[in-house]
Ligand binder design. Structure first.
Ligand SMILES: NC(=O)c1ccc[n+]([C@@H]2O[C@H](COP(=O)([O-])OP(=O)(O)OC[C@H]3O[C@@H](n4cnc5c(N)ncnc54)[C@H](OP(=O)(O)O)[C@@H]3O)[C@@H](O)[C@H]2O)c1
Length: 292
């Protein structure tokens, strides 16, 4: 049987198993390694070769995809004399979620050991991988990136090349997570507001899903304002958000429910107003955040 080429996958957690399966289905010859070998059983039945060690796994293919828990796990697996001895001329595609500083350190370490290194960040759950719109961020040397592009395409069609700054993918991933956690906590507070009033929370989820595309457009506009450093009012004056967040906070206090989230939002916006940005676009709150 002809294959598309040899690929190694290190890490067989929920995500790593999914990546290995996708590569196998796409016609690659897949070698895998995982700290707990038992997790490879199903994959081995499907045709994946289980290597005896991480070094043997790396040596089996020109490209190794790494997807383990964190940077500490990556270092424990890769930064050993055995693994370092087989790195020369190979490419590491890092898909573990790591920090920008860890990405810079990893590139330096890989370069010293003669390996190409690119850093990706997966922004989807395992069940969402391999779709035409699955978002995968990636950064690193253009040439190295080109050589692993065909692999990234197996993982998702929504690949975003963020350029040759190796820290770009983890940085954008951090920024995205900040957005997600901020809006999630806001959502959970909203769910509590609904619950306290005896309203059905599943309906709230539906409503939020409905406004998400237009809210996304709004945030894109605010991002453009920040990029241009131009806060003339175009869509939403900051003072409106001062009122809105104060109202959410007061309503929570009145209802006797937790008010920590609206208190934080209200406090940031109040500070922005006190600094004189009330009659600017709401994105001007970034000036408060810039102050540290
Ligand atoms: N799952 C998701 O929804 C999702 C979405 C986006 C991004 N990601 C990222 O993908 C990466 C993997 O996530 P996952 O969901 O697959 O996690 P997971 O199911 O918890 O699997 C963790 C993997 O890391 C290995 N590992 C942990 N500590 C280790 C150590 N000290 N030495 C060697 N191996 C170690 C585990 O090996 P054992 O099997 O031996 O424990 C396992 O293969 C994470 O960085 C995560 O942020 C995941």
């Amino acid at each position: 049987m002809t294959t598309k080429g040899k690929i190694t996958v290190i890490g067989l957690g929920s995500m790593g198993i999914t990546l290995a399966k996708l590569l196998l289905s796409a016609g690659y010859t897949v070698t895998a390694w995982n700290r707990t070998a038992g997790k490879a059983q199903e994959l081995v039945k499907a045709g994946v070769v289980l290597a005896e060690s991480a070094a043997a796994a790396i040596a089996a293919s020109p490209v190794t995809v790494i997807c383990v828990y964190d940077h500490k796990a990556t270092a424990a697996i890769l930064q050993t004399p055995e693994a370092e001895a087989v790195l020369e001329g190979r490419i590491l595609l890092q898909l573990t979620t790591i920090s920008p500083a860890e990405a810079r350190n990893s590139l330096a370490w890989a370069t010293v050991n003669g390996a190409g290194y690119v850093n990706g960040a997966i922004q989807a759950a395992p069940s969402q991988m391999g779709r035409p719109d699955t978002p995968v961020l990636v950064s690193g040397n253009k040439q190295v990136l080109q050589s692993v592009w065909h692999i990234l395409e197996v993982f998702g069609g929504g690949i975003r090349d963020l350029g040759d700054n190796i820290a770009a993918a983890p940085t954008v991933d951090l920024a995205t997570l900040s957005y997600i956690y901020g809006s999630s906590i806001g959502f959970f507070h909203g769910a509590r507001v609904m619950e306290a009033e005896g309203l059905p929370v599943n309906e709230f989820g539906d409503i939020v899903a409905g406004i998400t595309p237009t809210f996304g457009e709004f945030l894109k506009y605010e991002g453009d304002k920040i990029h241009a450093n131009d806060y003339t009012i175009g869509e939403s004056p900051l003072r409106i958000s001062v009122e809105a967040t104060a109202r959410i906070e007061q309503a929570a206090i009145d209802a006797g429910i937790n008010s920590e989230f609206p208190a934080l939002a209200a406090s940031l916006l109040k500070r922005a107003e006190a600094a004189g940005y009330g009659s600017e676009e709401v994105a001007a709150v970034i000036k408060v955040l810039r102050a540290g």
